[in-house]
Ligand binder design. Sequence first.
Ligand code: HEC
Length: 144
Amino acid sequence: MKKKVVFVTFGVAVAVFLGIQAIPVPRTNPPVDSDISAPPEVKAILRTSCYDCHSNETAWPWYSHVAPVSWLVARDTIVGREHMNFSIWNQYIPEQQADLVAGSLRRIKRGSMPPWFYTIKHTDGKITPQKLAILEAWAAKFQN
Ligand code: HEC
C-alpha cells in the first residue's frame, strides 16, 4: 500500500514536471540599439556580471530551458532589462545614465547586484575588490 502511494506520487510529480515544460517561456534577445561606452576593462566586468539580465545580449544556458527554473531566469531578464538595459543606453537621457551608473555602484557595494543566486553558476560574475576598484574609479568620472 505504502509503495503504491510513493509510486503514484512520483508519477504525478513526473507528469507535472513534463507538463510545465510545455508552457512557453519568453527567451528573446531583441536587437542591440546602442551600447554603453566604457573602457574595455570596465566593459568586461559589466558584460560578465550584468549583461545577462541588463542587456539584449543574454546568454540562455541549458537550465534556462527547464521549467520552473526557466521562469525565474526569464522573469529576471525581463524585469532587469526594464530597470536598466545597456542595449538601449542612448535612449536614456544623460541624467538617467548618471543615476543608473551611481545606482549600479551602490547596489554592487551593498552586495545586491549581481544577485547572490546568479553567482552560484556564474562564479566569474562575482565583483571582487579589484573589480570594484576599477568600477569605482570609472563611476567617479562618469559623465555622458
Ligand atoms: C540575475 C539577473 C541580474 C543580474 C546578473 C544583475 N541584475 Fe541588476 N537587476 C536585476 C533585476 C531583476 C532588477 C530589478 C529588481 C530590483 O530592483 O532588484 C535589477 C535592478 C538593478 C538596478 C536598479 C535600476 C533602477 O534604477 O531601477 C541596478 C542599478 C542594477 N540592477 C545594476 C546591476 C549591475 C551593475 C549588475 C552587474 C554588476 C547587475 N545589476 C546584475 C537583475 C539582475
